[in-house]
Design a protein around this ligand. Sequence first.
Ligand code: NAP
Length: 253
Amino acid sequence: MGLPAYDLTGRTAFVTGAGSGIGRATAVLLAEAGATVHCADVDEQGLHETATLIKDQGGTALGHPLDVTDRARLQQAVASCGRLDVMAAVAGIMHSSPVLETLDEDLDRVLNVNFKGVLYACQEAARSMIENGVRGSVVTMASGAIDSGGPGLLCYSAAKAAVVQLTKTLATEAGPHGIRVNAVAPGWIRTPMTDRHGERQAHTEAFMARLSPLGRVGEPEDIAHAVLYLASDASAFTTGQILRPNGGVAMPW
Ligand code: NAP
């Protein structure tokens, strides 16, 4: 590879949510950069497809069918990596309900997957890196919802705001071990998650594209490149940061 700072040859990465969308694009790109990639997801078929994509391009992928809210299973999967250099905690779910109609079970489900699932991944990764003396990188997945909120987004944006605080706090605690912790907060990205918005999707996509100075929504690869930057030595002096690949939608202009 011509750019050594981005070269992950000889490194091991773990990607949650690797069976679809942003997680899949991230797993594929990290493998292209040379990493051995451990892919985790609840969706076994999606996992299989991602692993096949990586192997077809000559990379190395291992699959871990698991739910990120199952701490014991996640612990076992991370332990099976041996030395771990990169954790990309991407798995997440969308939920929309007005505040006055939000049920306890909605809040619990979204916080469990989108916050606790990320917390467990971060904890297992940081423990592994400290034990093995690895000066690794942890990348979490927040969202543009941390800046904008929006009707119906209480559960989702609260969980993503918690991910930001986790990222900043762990960055301060793990920094002395040489471990960097950063978040990516994507704007509207075309993935199966956003596709599930159904008929609202075309309208929202057009709206989001109009808000961007670039006049388009994002693709999963746009976010994968941000994760690669944060995972690699290219960002060696970057920690506790929130990177916003959002087409400039949050920029006052
Ligand atoms: P996606 O296409 O739905 O992919 C998410 C993957 O995570 C799916 O394979 C999903 O499986 C899996 N997953 C869900 N719950 C899980 C669990 N408990 N344990 C393990 N895997 C689980 O979504 P995406 O758009 O790529 O989103 C990826 C991340 O980016 C999420 O954290 C999301 O909040 C964040 N994000 C997305 C956007 C966007 O515009 N797309 C914007 C900002 C932030 P199932 O399909 O079976 O549920």
